[in-house]
Write a protein that binds this ligand. Structure first.
Ligand SMILES: Cc1ncc(COP(=O)(O)O)c(C=O)c1O
Length: 477
């Protein structure tokens, strides 16, 4: 049996190729408050509750108190009142799945909607597409303006029908960091008796503090008439570890449709407020501890730092020839268009200089670009980031296009997404020098991403599925 030291050394070796989660140079996926001591607190709180099973709150009553505290904190912050109720979930996707399920079941119970539809701007987070596919709703997308990246509220209102179970808007959107028209959409929804959800997964722990700092922002939260539910992630700008989000409802009657209870089996009586059954109370305890340490004052300071850094980066981006910020971002996310150098090359060049900026592929009227999630830990490094970005753009502009040659692009476009075989996929991968069976991804991702970008959307999805399926090759062999 290997000893503890050997096993931990093995884990450390396995994580050595991962992007750094701390240090402010990874501008997506992770949220570093840059505060000494906070990680130690979260780790200790997580460890203390790691083995508590939140499945049964009657035998582990601590989880009730912890969850009520965290939900109340979020509700007070986001326009809730004494009637507001909520749940702690594993992340934004689960919060959204649950809100969509609650709205679907509510629409059936109250309005008799049997063929439910979900209306979103085309920039909505993919979690809504996932919810529609998982939960059997027809997704209705409303195109956004390619310049502002927001939908026209009149278009959203016009998409509402008697079948609409819910409409969802973002505060702000992930891809562009812009605020959707919340008040107008909620009013149109209320007029038709339709549920309105606000996806504040990424902005819910930023926008209220920006207001506190004196920023004038349109209303976006539960205080807006017609908003029925709202999702806010603590594992993003709440600076809790992953596995922490809250979904809020205007009242207990709306939340009731989220719960699952069943007496139809021979085991113990089951009520699952959220999607999971057994679940560790570790993430909840860690989130509770972080919220308790930071409080409103702590968050206000962190948001001030992150927003200042975002604005400095935005100003610096504007000064680099060929780069510009897309839309009018309101918080700590930036979408950067690169017109002279291919953004996929720029991302690779940044990676070579020790930064991760996230490539986003073309979609509808939106061209491929770069996404930056800015956190407080990046603030002291903004000058270095901007210098490396300018260098990266220069280097990327000198490279040949990453796009597949026209013959390969045409061959790819002609593939049938439903009938793609493993051999065809391997051939396509080999043509750009990738062997996924070896497990290692290329150090330069531009050719792979450009190939994906050349494929029609269903084929992109099939490629992604097959490619990741090849990576996860654990088997009984
Ligand atoms: C606006 C928005 N909604 C939903 C999500 C999904 O959250 P998660 O990745 O925690 O499931 C994200 C994640 O970035 C987001 O930015």
């Amino acid at each position: 049996m290997p000893d503890t030291e050997a096993i931990l050394a093995e884990l450390a070796r396995l994580s050595s190729a991962d992007l750094p989660t701390r240090g402010g140079r990874t501008l997506a996926y992770v949220h570093d408050p840059g505060l000494p001591g906070l990680d130690d607190l979260a780790t200790a709180a997580h460890a203390a509750f790691a083995r508590v099973n939140a499945l049964d709150m009657t035998v582990f009553p601590s989880v009730v108190q912890l969850e009520n505290d965290v939900v109340s904190f979020a509700a007070r912050l986001l326009g809730g009142d004494a009637a507001t109720r909520g749940s702690f979930t594993s992340g934004g996707t689960e919060s959204i799945l649950l809100a969509v399920k609650a709205a679907r079941d509510h629409a059936r119970a109250v309005r008799g909607v049997t063929e439910p539809e979900l209306v979103v701007p085309d920039t909505a987070h993919v979690a809504f597409r996932k919810a529609a596919r998982y939960l059997g709703l027809r997704l209705v997308t409303v195109p956004t303006d390619p310049v502002s990246c927001t939908p026209d509220p009149a278009d959203l209102a016009a998409a509402l029908t008697d079948r609409t179970a819910l409409v969802a808007v973002s505060a702000p959107s992930y891809a562009h960091g812009v605020l959707d028209p919340v008040a107008e959409t909620a009013a149109a929804a209320a007029e038709r008796g339709v549920w309105c959800h606000v996806d504040a997964c990424v902005g819910g722990m930023v926008l209220p503090f920006l207001r506190r700092l004196g920023r004038d922002l349109p209303d976006f939260d539960l205080s807006v008439p017609g908003v029925c539910s709202l999702s806010v992630d603590l594992h993003k700008y709440g600076f809790a570890d992953k596995g922490a989000s809250v979904v809020l409802y205007r009242d207990a009657e709306l939340r009731r449709h989220q719960y699952f209870a069943s007496a139809e089996w021979p085991g113990y009586p089951v009520v699952n407020p959220t999607a999971q059954g057994s679940r560790s109370a570790g993430p909840l305890a860690a989130a509770w501890a972080v919220v308790r340490r930071l409080g409103e004052e702590g968050y206000t300071g962190l948001v001030a730092t992150a927003v200042r850094a975002t604005e400095e980066i935005a100003a610096g981006v504007g000064a680099v020839p060929g780069l510009r910020v897309v839309g009018s971002p309101v918080a700590t996310l930036l979408c950067v268009a690169s017109e002279e150098a291919d953004p996929l090359h720029v991302a690779d060049e940044m990676r070579a200089r020790g930064w991760f900026v996230q490539p986003q592929l073309s979609f509808g009227a939106h061209r491929r670009n770069l996404h930056l999630t800015v956190t407080p830990a990046t603030a002291p490094q903004v000058p270095a980031l901007l210098a490396d970005l300018a260098e990266s753009v220069r280097a990327a502009a000198a490279l040949p296009s990453p796009n597949p040659d026209p013959a390969l692009a045409a061959a790819v476009a002609g593939l049938d997404a439903d009938a793609l075989s493993a051999e065809e996929l391997a051939q396509v991968m080999a043509s750009i020098g990738v062997d996924p069976e070896k497990g290692a991804l290329p150090s330069r991702m531009a050719p792979l991403l450009a190939l994906l970008d050349a494929a029609p959307l269903p084929l992109r999805e099939r490629f992604l599925t097959e490619f990741v399926g090849l990576l996860f090759s654990g088997s009984g062999a």
